[in-house]
Design a binder for this molecule. Structure first.
Ligand code: AMP
Ligand code: MN
Ligand code: ZN
Length: 929
C-alpha cells in the first residue's frame, strides 16, 4: 500500500516536473525562440511584431470575420453593430455648428506631440477625446510582411494636440478607444476614410459613427482634385511627400521625417474640414437662393461620409485559394487570341498551382503574396517550367531584377526565404502535372503545420489547421479550372457549382471611356459601344488600353449637368455588396417584370440599377425583392402568380380588403408548374400515389381545379417559357409542341393571344402567366430551368443578358447618341411573335406588337399602368427609389460605385438620335447589328 502511494507520488512529481519542460518546448515552437529558429528556415517569427499580439480578430484562415457583438447581441457576421445609430444619423444629419467653427486660422504645427505607447497614456487619451466635439484621425498600415495587413500607427489630432498612437505596442488594448469612435455626438474627421474605417474594424473592432470625410466634401464641392496633398497645399500652404506613405511603419522609433509626415496627415484636417464646411454651406445658400430645389451640400457630404461608416470589413473570398490572382495573371499574360496551344494550357495549370501554393504559404507564414513570390516570377516559372532548385532560383532572381529595375520598386529578398525553405516542394509542384489543388492544400497544411511540421504555428494560422480537420475536404475548395472534380456534395458545394454555372464569365465592365471633343470624360462603357461610334465615324480612338474614344461631334449634355458623377466612375468588377472579386452575377435592382413596362425614356438609366453581386448577396437581395413584390401585390391588389381562371380584379381587391390576400400567393409559380408537369409526364405511372396526387394538385390549380389529361401536362410544360426556351425543351424532349400545342396554349394565354391576334383588352382578368421563379440558363446552354431550385429568378437569366445587357449598353451615348439594346440576332426568334429580353426591354423592331412573357405576367404591367395613371412618371421614380431602398436595406452594400444613389432620378437630356428621346420616336433606332 505504502509502496503504491509512493510510486503514485513519484509519478505525479515526475509529471509536474515535466510540465515546464513541455511548456518550454511548446512555447518555443510557437513564439520562435532564437535557438529554435533554425527549425523554421522559412520564417523568423521574432522579427515580426505581429507575433507578439495576443489576440487577432482577423486571422489568415477562411473563417468569416466576426464583427463586434454588442451587449445582448449575437456574434455577427453581416450586421453592423452600430447600424441603427448610423441610420439615424443618415436620416437626421447633425448640425455642422455642433462640430465646426465658422472661422479659424490655420494651426501651425509645433514641435511637440504625444507618443502614446502605454495603457495609461491610451486611457488618458480616451478620456480626453470623450470631452471633444470633434477630432481628426488617420492611420498607417503595414502590408508587406503580413497576409491581411495591420494598423501600425494611428494619428489623432484635436485642435490643441497631436497624438501618435503606437497601435503595435497597444494592439491588444486599443479597444479602449471604441466608445469615442462610436459616440455619435463626437464627429470624427478623416480624409478618404474608406480604408481606415475598415482597417479599424479588422484590427480593433473599432466602428466609426459620425464621420466627416474631407474627400467626400471635395467630391460634393466638385473640387478639381480630392487628394489630401492638394488640400494641404491649397488651404494650408503645406507640401507633403506622399512617398512616405509606403515607409515601413513598423519600425520604432519612427524616423523624424515619418513622425512629421504622420502628424501632417491629421494635424491640419480639422482646419481643412472647417474651410470645406463653410464652403458647403455657402454653396447651399448660393444655389438655393436661385432655384427651387434646396440642395443642401453639407448634408450631402455628411450623408456620403456616414455611408462609409456603414461598410463592414470582410475577408476576401475566392472559389479556391489563389484563384483570383491566377485568373488575373493568366488573363494579363496568356490570353492570346486564337487557339490555345498545349504549352499554354500547361503554363496555365502551373499558374494555378503556383498561385494556390503562394496563397497557402502566405497564410501560413503571415506574409503578403508579393513577399512570397511576385507575379512576374509566377509568369516566368509557369512558362519556363524549371526542373530543379537552381533553375527556379535563377528564374526568380531574373524576373524580379528586371521588374524592380523597371519600376523603381524597393527590392525584396529574391527568392524569398519561404521559397528557399520550400524549394523541394516547388520543384515537385512544377513537375507534377494535373495535381489537384484540394489535395495539395490538405497535404501542405498538414505537413507544415503539424506539430512535427516545418513552419511555425501562430495565432494567424492555427485555425487553418482546425478548419482543415473540421471540414469536409471536398467542400473546402473548389477545383481549379479545367480540373474535373468528383461530384461535390453539400450546400457549400452546390453553391460553388452554382457560382461556376451562373456567374459572369468575363469582366462585366470593360471600363472603356468616351471623351467629349473638348477632352472631358463623358462616361465609362463597354467595347461594343465604342465600336458603334467608330463604325459610324462618329469618334476617333485616343487611347488603346483600356480603349478610349473621343466623339467628333458636340454631345448634348454632360455628366455634370445632372449633378451626378455615377456615369463617369470606372466601375469595379466586384460584388457591390461584400466586395467579393472572384465571381459575380448581374442583379437587377428593379425587377424586369415592372421595368419592362416603363416608358422608354425612363428605362435609360438601367446601368445605375444593374449591379454585380456575389451569389450570397444575390440570394439576400433576391429574397428581399421577392418579399417586396408580394407586398406590392398586396398593396396594389394585383396578384403575382399563375392561374388559368382567376378571380376578377374586384374579387381580388375584395380579398385584400378582407386581408385574405396578404402574403399568401394565389396561383402557381410557372417553375413549380413545369416541374410538376415534367415529373408527372416522366414518372407519373411509377411514382408513389401520394406524390402523384400532390403534383397533380399543382397542375390542377393552374387549370382552375378541373381534372387534367395528358395534353394539359404537355401544355403546362410550356407555361412561362420564351420561344427560345420552348425550342430547347422541344429538342430535348424530341417533341414539337409548337404546332400541336401552341395554339391550345395560346387560347388560354393572354400574351400569346394578344400577340397573335393583336387584340383586345380582356387580358388582365383571364389567365395570368407569370414568370414567377423563372428559368435560369447556364451559359453552357443546358436547360437548367427544370431542375434548378425555385428561388432562382429574374436576375439569373443570363442568356440574352450576356448578349445585350452589359448594364451599360442601354446608356449608349448618354446625352448624345443612343443605340437600342442589341436586337435579337436569331432570325427564327424574330419569326416568333414573342420576343423576350431578360433585361426586361422589349426589343423587337416591331415594338408596338410585342408583348413579353417575362415578368409576372399582367402583374408588372398592371402595377406600372396603375402608377402611370395615378402618379405619372413621378410615381415610377418613387417606385424605383423604393426598390433601391429595399436592395440597400437587404444587402447593406459596401461597394456601390460612387455616385450611386437611391434617389437617382433618371432625368436627363436626350440627344437627337437617342431612342430614349420621347419626341424622336419617328427616327429609326440605331442598331448594333
Ligand atoms: P494615408 O492615409 O495616405 O496615410 O495612407 C494610409 C496607409 O495606406 C499607408 O500607410 C499605406 O500602408 C497605405 N497606402 C496608401 N496608399 C498606398 C499605395 N498607393 N500603395 C500601397 N499602400 C498604400
Ligand atoms: Mn496617413
Ligand atoms: Zn514554411
Amino acid at each position: 500500500m505504502v509502496v503504491m502511494e509512493a510510486i503514485n507520488a513519484i509519478i505525479v512529481i515526475a509529471f509536474i516536473a515535466l510540465i515546464p519542460l513541455l511548456a518550454t518546448i511548446l512555447h518555443s515552437r510557437r513564439s520562435g525562440a532564437v535557438a529554435i529558429a533554425a527549425q523554421w528556415p522559412c520564417s523568423d517569427p521574432q522579427s515580426k511584431p505581429q507575433n507578439r499580439f495576443k489576440r487577432v480578430l482577423a486571422d489568415n484562415s477562411y473563417t468569416p470575420f466576426a464583427h463586434l457583438k454588442l451587449d445582448g447581441g449575437e456574434i455577427s457576421l453581416k450586421a453592423h453593430p452600430y447600424e441603427e445609430l448610423i441610420t439615424n444619423l443618415l436620416s437626421n444629419p447633425p448640425d455642422p455648428l455642433n462640430f465646426f467653427l465658422t472661422s479659424c486660422d490655420c494651426p501651425e504645427m509645433s514641435d511637440s506631440y504625444v507618443w502614446v505607447d502605454t495603457e495609461e497614456k491610451l486611457e488618458s487619451l480616451a478620456r480626453l477625446l470623450s470631452e471633444e466635439r470633434v477630432f481628426a484621425v488617420d492611420t498607417e498600415q503595414h502590408s508587406l510582411r503580413s497576409f491581411l495587413g495591420f494598423t501600425a500607427l494611428m494619428q489623432v489630432s484635436t485642435r490643441r494636440e497631436d497624438f501618435l498612437v503606437d497601435t503595435i505596442a497597444l494592439h491588444d488594448v486599443i479597444g479602449v478607444l471604441r466608445p469615442v469612435f462610436a459616440d455619435q455626438s463626437i464627429c470624427k474627421v478623416f480624409h478618404g476614410a474608406d480604408n481606415d474605417v475598415i482597417w479599424l474594424q479588422r484590427d480593433f473592432h473599432i466602428y466609426v459613427v459620425n464621420l466627416f470625410d474631407t474627400a467626400k466634401a471635395c467630391e460634393v464641392l466638385s473640387k478639381p482634385y480630392k487628394s489630401l496633398a492638394y488640400l494641404l497645399e491649397t488651404y494650408c500652404g503645406v507640401s507633403t511627400d506622399k512617398t512616405l506613405q509606403l515607409e515601413d511603419w513598423r519600425i520604432r522609433p519612427l524616423l523624424p521625417e515619418m513622425v512629421q509626415y504622420a502628424r501632417t496627415d491629421a494635424h491640419y484636417l480639422l482646419y481643412i474640414a472647417n474651410c470645406l464646411v463653410s464652403e458647403l454651406q455657402r454653396k447651399t445658400h448660393d444655389t438655393s437662393a436661385s432655384s427651387d430645389d434646396k440642395f443642401n451640400f453639407f448634408l450631402e457630404a455628411s450623408h456620403r461620409s456616414n455611408m462609409i461608416c456603414m461598410q463592414l470589413y470582410t475577408k476576401e473570398r475566392e472559389p479556391s485559394p489563389g484563384a483570383s490572382a491566377a485568373a488575373s495573371i493568366y488573363m494579363r499574360n496568356f490570353n492570346f487570341q486564337g487557339s490555345v496551344s498545349e504549352d499554354c494550357l500547361e503554363a496555365k495549370d502551373r499558374i494555378w498551382k503556383l498561385c494556390a501554393w503562394r496563397d497557402i504559404m502566405a497564410r501560413i507564414h503571415d506574409e503578403s503574396l508579393r513577399y512570397i513570390m511576385s507575379d512576374q516570377a509566377i509568369v516566368s516559372l509557369a512558362t519556363k517550367a524549371p526542373k530543379d532548385a537552381k533553375e527556379i532560383h535563377d528564374i526568380e532572381v531574373e524576373a524580379n531584377v528586371s521588374y524592380c529595375s523597371s519600376n523603381n520598386y524597393p527590392s525584396l529578398p529574391s527568392p524569398s526565404p519561404v521559397v528557399i525553405a520550400h524549394m523541394g516542394e516547388l520543384c515537385y509542384l512544377l513537375q507534377e502535372v494535373n495535381s489537384n489543388i484540394d489535395d495539395m492544400f490538405r497535404r501542405y497544411l498538414q505537413k507544415h503545420l503539424d506539430p512535427s511540421g516545418c513552419c511555425p504555428l501562430s495565432i494567424y494560422n492555427c485555425s487553418l489547421l482546425s478548419e482543415l480537420n473540421l471540414r469536409q475536404p471536398t467542400t473546402l475548395f473548389l477545383k481549379q479550372n479545367g480540373g474535373h472534380s468528383t461530384v461535390p456534395v453539400g450546400k457549400k458545394a452546390s453553391r460553388e457549382l452554382f457560382v461556376q454555372k451562373f456567374s459572369c464569365k468575363s469582366p462585366v465592365y470593360h471600363n472603356c471611356r468616351i471623351y467629349a471633343n473638348d477632352g472631358r470624360l463623358l462616361c465609362f462603357c463597354d467595347r461594343r459601344k465604342l465600336e458603334w461610334y467608330l463604325r459610324r465615324n462618329l469618334a476617333k480612338i485616343v487611347e488603346d488600353d483600356p480603349p478610349a474614344i473621343m466623339l467628333l461631334f458636340e454631345p448634348k449634355g454632360r455628366p455634370e449637368d445632372e449633378g451626378n458623377d455615377f456615369y463617369i466612375q470606372s466601375k469595379k468588377n466586384i460584388c457591390v455588396g461584400c466586395g467579393e472579386k472572384s465571381h459575380y452575377l448581374r442583379y437587377r435592382i428593379i425587377p424586369s417584370c415592372y421595368r419592362m413596362h416603363f416608358p422608354e425614356h425612363l428605362k435609360s438609366h438601367r446601368s445605375h440599377d444593374i449591379v454585380l453581386l456575389c451569389v450570397d448577396c444575390h440570394e439576400v437581395a433576391h429574397s428581399a425583392a421577392e418579399k417586396y413584390k408580394r407586398k406590392v401585390a398586396a398593396e396594389f391588389g394585383i396578384p403575382l402568380f399563375v392561374q388559368t381562371i382567376v378571380e376578377s380584379r374586384e374579387n381580388m381587391i375584395d380579398a385584400v380588403a378582407k386581408s385574405e390576400y396578404t402574403e399568401k400567393e394565389t396561383g402557381v409559380s410557372p417553375l413549380q408548374l413545369r416541374i410538376a408537369a415534367m415529373a408527372l409526364l416522366r414518372h407519373g405511372s411509377t411514382m408513389p400515389l401520394k406524390r402523384r396526387d400532390e403534383l397533380t394538385e399543382i397542375v390542377k390549380a393552374y387549370f382552375g381545379g378541373r381534372d387534367i389529361i395528358q395534353e394539359d401536362l404537355e401544355r403546362a410544360l410550356l407555361v412561362g417559357l420564351s420561344p427560345h426556351e420552348r425550342r430547347r425543351l422541344e429538342k430535348k424532349r424530341g417533341l414539337s409542341f409548337k404546332h400541336r400545342d401552341i395554339d391550345a396554349v395560346a387560347k388560354d394565354n393572354p400574351y400569346i393571344t394578344s400577340v397573335t391576334s393583336q387584340d383586345n383588352g380582356k387580358i388582365s382578368n383571364k389567365l395570368e402567366v407569370s414568370r414567377g421563379s423563372t428559368t435560369y440558363e447556364s451559359s453552357k446552354g443546358q436547360d437548367a430551368s427544370v431542375d434548378i431550385n425555385a428561388q432562382l429568378e429574374d436576375n439569373f437569366l443570363t442568356d440574352d443578358n450576356e448578349k445585350n445587357a452589359n448594364g451599360e449598353t442601354s446608356d449608349q451615348g448618354r446625352g448624345c447618341i443612343s443605340t437600342t439594346d442589341t436586337l435579337n440576332e436569331d432570325p427564327s426568334e424574330q419569326a416568333d411573335a414573342i420576343c423576350c429580353s431578360s433585361s426586361g426591354q422589349v426589343v423587337k423592331a416591331n415594338r408596338a406588337k410585342t408583348v413579353s412573357l417575362l415578368g409576372h405576367g399582367p402583374h408588372g404591367k398592371e402595377v406600372v399602368e396603375y402608377l402611370l395613371n395615378n402618379h405619372g412618371e413621378e410615381g415610377i421614380r418613387n417606385f424605383c427609389q423604393k426598390w433601391r431602398q429595399v436592395f440597400v436595406d437587404a444587402t447593406n452594400p459596401r461597394f456601390l460605385p460612387a455616385g450611386w444613389d437611391i434617389m437617382h432620378s433618371g432625368r436627363r437630356e436626350f440627344g437627337d438620335y437617342s431612342v430614349y428621346n420621347p419626341g424622336k420616336k419617328a427616327l429609326p433606332p440605331p442598331s448594333t447589328t
